[in-house]
Ligand binder design. Structure first.
Ligand SMILES: *[C@@H]1O[C@H](CO)[C@@H](O)[C@H](O)[C@H]1NC(C)=O
Ligand SMILES: *[C@@H]1O[C@H](CO)[C@@H](O)[C@H](O)[C@H]1NC(C)=O
Ligand SMILES: *[C@@H]1O[C@H](CO)[C@@H](O)[C@H](O)[C@H]1NC(C)=O
Ligand SMILES: *[C@@H]1O[C@H](CO)[C@@H](O)[C@H](O)[C@H]1NC(C)=O
Ligand SMILES: *[C@@H]1O[C@H](CO)[C@@H](O)[C@H](O)[C@H]1NC(C)=O
Length: 343
């Protein structure tokens, strides 16, 4: 009877947000006597160590226990339908059991910054709704594999972890990505975003130990196209002579010099052979930038023995036309309407 009265009240008031707010209250236990109409449970900045159970709350949408002393991810079984936002940053959580993640079928935001996570379960449960994932200041050393969970992800924060490598394949798992914070990690390079098929992504790579060699050349080549912004934040730790140079003061040719590995050393010889040609053509790119031209350049630069590719303006295709680096001559030029070469 009591429940029916409340239900009527709830319908009349259109279940306007009912906030239960005991944040900053020094409480040490998770309260279990909260009104069942609660939609926002605000218990951040307390000293709660355990969430033993959570009663069914048919309207609970936001669960905020940011900055507490939890060591375990709570079992949200009783509120999986309605729960959309979880804030559990600044706790002591080491892992999220996959069953407990998979049941969160209406989750849009998961904030887990400042915990001790090393992996995140790649489960399909929240995949249709999850668009923001905050994993900053955890213990990730590998970029998380998110082939299931990442389908709708737009905003991912992995700042201040220990990630050493991001591959294009990782990004291909995140087709909706718009913002990716990878500042304060251990990345020495970053995959060529010209080859990423999704939206343009706002990537932060500040405070990473970047090796400024040809793998990063696309950033220069694609400048002014908004493919990788915030380049003023980039810092090179290698090669030594670029260590204290601002990215904006580094020329494309700097990125081809002083390589450490032999294969690239060889490439730099080829480049020296046709240096004038390369310079001319880089000027063309600057004047006539289009994403497909840049992709064409990237295809070439990602080859171990960078041969000459041509961009056919009429068919918008990229073709290997063959080059003899010793004689500085390129075959097949007469068949092309317009061409742009790299290397
Ligand atoms: C779900 O709610 C029931 C009934 O209040 C409770 O006994 C149970 O412990 C809850 N389960 C969890 C996982 O919180
Ligand atoms: C979560 O709670 C449900 C219901 O109380 C229980 O069946 C399930 O085993 C719990 N899951 C975990 C991982 O503890
Ligand atoms: C899922 O969340 C949305 C709000 O983001 C809400 O409108 C909807 O009712 C929720 N789904 C269920 C089954 O409660
Ligand atoms: C980075 O994370 C560590 C803990 O992992 C934390 O102590 C430090 O304050 C964080 N730094 C920043 C700038 O967030
Ligand atoms: C980069 O900046 C340009 C100009 O401000 C903007 O149009 C573009 O969308 C940005 N790109 C990304 C990936 O954020």
């Amino acid at each position: 009877m009591h429940a029916n009265v409340l239900m009527v009240f709830c319908l009349i008031r259109a279940c306007s947000a009912k906030t239960f707010d005991l944040s900053n209250s020094g409480i040490t236990y998770f309260p279990n006597s909260v009104s069942w109409v609660v939609s926002y449970m605000k218990l951040d900045h307390n000293l709660i160590r355990h969430v033993d159970y959570i009663k069914p709350y048919p309207y609970l949408a936001i669960f905020n226990l940011h900055d507490n002393l939890l060591t375990q991810f709570p079992n949200f079984t009783n509120i999986t339908d309605t729960l959309t936002e979880i804030y559990l940053g600044k706790n002591w959580i080491r892992y999220i059991p996959s069953q407990l993640m998979d049941i969160l079928t209406n989750l849009t935001i998961l904030e887990m910054s400042n915990n001790q996570l090393t992996i995140i379960p790649d489960v399909p449960g929240p995949a249709h709704t999850l668009y923001r994932l905050d994993l900053a200041s955890n213990d990730f050393s590998d970029f998380p594999a998110l082939s299931r969970l990442g389908r709708r992800l737009e905003d991912m924060n992995l700042a201040n972890n220990s990630i050493t490598e991001v591959r294009l394949g990782h990004l291909e798992q995140l087709p909706s990505l718009k913002s990716l914070d990878l500042s304060l990690n251990k990345l020495s390079s970053f995959p060529n975003l010209c080859l990423y098929a999704g939206n343009s992504v706002d990537v932060s790579l500040s405070s990473n130990p970047l090796i400024c060699d040809r793998k990063m050349a696309y950033v220069k080549l694609a400048e002014n196209q908004g493919i990788l912004n915030r380049t003023d934040e980039l810092t090179c730790v290698q090669p030594p002579h670029l260590q204290n140079t601002a990215w904006t003061d580094i020329a494309v040719s700097d990125l081809y010099d002083h390589f450490s590995d032999n294969r690239i050393e060889l490439l730099s010889c080829h480049i020296t052979d046709i240096a004038n040609m390369r310079c001319t053509l880089l000027t063309v790119i600057t004047e006539l930038q289009t994403p497909s031209m840049v992709r064409c350049a990237m295809m070439c630069l990602s080859q171990p023995n960078c041969l000459v590719y041509a961009f056919l303006a009429d068919t918008s295709t990229c073709t290997l036309i063959g080059a003899d680096h010793n004689s500085d001559e390129v075959d097949g030029l007469e068949h092309l309407n317009r061409m742009f070469m790299f290397c």
